[in-house]
Design a protein around this ligand. Structure first.
Ligand SMILES: *Cc1c(COP(=O)(O)O)cnc(C)c1O
Length: 433
């Protein structure tokens, strides 16, 4: 399979190049040249397949031309060693719980899949070690670090701002050891990002070691999220509730919903989609007006969705040939203030006992307001409420239980390398490795 750039001004890339480079030469995002339709027989039997089995069929359609069948199967089975259950919350509204992976983040799947795919390509070439640099404000660092943990041939450096990530988040990438090095930067997130960007541009450093990124726009990170939606459909079908299915995705950079839309293009019978936003309503405004007008991001309670210029908009635009009409006929939007997010967490808890996190809150509310007669709705619960314990407890006056997996991270011993925000210090450190 060849991949083209959404800016249409870069050479076609093969999968290996698209994964290692992440972004095309013209700063566009890579798109597969073809999206294969899956056969009717697959959808007829999907309810009897396991998450791993059905995901392998989807993965084969995307990556089967470029990765040997047995290796691809192993990558898929290794990545999806947990369940993403669909849980009834209220009437015709169901939660698709995407937070049962290693760091309780839905980004775990993409991170792990990318790690294993990169490892496959490195082994094929028998080349030297690859070093992944990632700057994080919290969640991405933990998903990437755990995804790459123990994957030989790859070393990961996670740069994070000192004192600016929560203890839970910090423990998820500073206690791992092995091939993961945490670097505690005396600065803010932007300083971390600047260090990473400078490192990629430094000639001497790139001669010294092979560097790559694990950015969320990487095809190997976003496409595997399509598995979630086939699995959700399978579970709803098993319950006899898959007709007129509405899928609602709390969105920030729009990678998750874009993967769902790829699934739809492959024949997945979802009737329509809702993109739920917090106060960062750029996509919502685009749906209303046809004009895409990025803005600086606003801080909200659902902070993983605080994005003012969603990177995957370019993919959605490209997928529908730039037609606003096509986009709006399939996707609608919703936008909620912090006040509404709080209100919804509380009301849902009181009425159903289900504890939403601030991101899922947007998804649940969008279905409550938008579901029509005869439709069933599934929203993605993208984070475990314990990850936003302070916020959630303050709303429900409760005490969300911290899952054992999180607690275990917090018991680990923190190890990180203190670093100034000066590039020369960071470079000297990497040159000494
Ligand atoms: C990353 C994230 C989102 C947004 O997903 P996108 O793919 O960027 O749209 C939503 N909720 C949580 C908890 C996240 O971590």
């Amino acid at each position: 399979m060849k991949y083209y750039s959404t800016n249409k001004n870069a050479p076609l890339a093969d999968l290996h190049k698209a994964v290692v480079k992440g972004l095309a030469e013209d700063r566009g995002l890579y798109m597969p040249e073809q999206i294969k339709m899956l056969p009717k027989s697959f959808f007829d039997n999907i309810q009897d397949m396991s998450f791993q089995e059905l995901s392998y069929v989807v993965a084969d359609a995307f990556f089967g031309e470029d990765v040997e069948a047995e290796a691809l199967k192993q990558i898929v089975y290794d990545t999806l060693a947990f369940e993403t259950p669909v849980v009834q919350v209220d009437g015709r509204i169901y939660a698709l719980e995407l937070f049962h992976g290693p760091t309780l983040a839905f980004k775990d799947v993409g991170a792990r899949f990318m790690a294993r795919l990169l490892q496959y390509f490195i082994r094929q070439e028998g080349k030297e070690q690859v070093n992944v640099l990632v700057a994080t404000s919290g969640d991405t660092g933990s998903a990437v670090a755990n995804g790459f943990l123990g994957v030989d041939g790859i070393h990961v450096y996670v740069l994070y701002p000192k004192g600016k990530v929560s203890k839970i988040q910090e423990s998820q990438f500073t206690t791992l050891g092995k091939n993961i090095t945490a670097i505690e930067v005396d600065g803010v997130f932007d300083d971390c990002q600047a260090l990473v960007k400078n490192a990629f541009m430094d000639e001497e450093l790139n001669k010294h070691m092979k560097l790559t990124s694990a950015n969320s726009i990487n095809v190997a990170r976003f496409l595997p999220q399509a598995f979630y939606y086939f699995n959700a459909y399978a579970q709803m079908k098993k319950m006899g509730k898959a007709d007129n299915l509405v899928m609602c995705v709390p969105s920030g950079n729009f990678g998750n919903i874009t993967a769902a839309l790829f699934g739809h293009q492959m024949g997945l019978p979802i009737k329509r989609f809702i993109a739920a936003n917090n106060a960062n309503d750029i996509f919502y405004q685009y749906l209303q007006t046809g004009i895409y007008d990025p803005k600086p991001s606003k801080q909200t309670l659902a902070n993983a969705m605080d994005v003012g210029d969603p990177s995957n908009f370019a993919r959605i635009y490209d997928l529908y040939g730039g037609s606003h009409e096509k986009v709006t006929s399939l996707i609608s939007g919703a936008t909620y203030s912090d006040e509404q997010i709080r209100e919804t967490v509380l009301a849902c808890y009181k009425q159903t006992g289900y504890i939403l996190d601030p991101h899922g809150s947007c998804g649940y509310r969008a279905l409550q307001e938008g579901l029509k007669d005869g439709e069933y709705g599934v929203f993605c619960e993208t984070a475990h409420p314990a990850k936003f314990k302070e916020t959630v407890d303050s709303i429900t006056k409760g005490d969300v239980e911290i899952p054992e997996r999180l607690a275990a991270f917090m018991r680990g011993k923190k190890e990180s390398v203190p670093m100034s925000k000066e590039f020369n210090d960071f470079k000297a450190f990497l040159m000494s490795r």
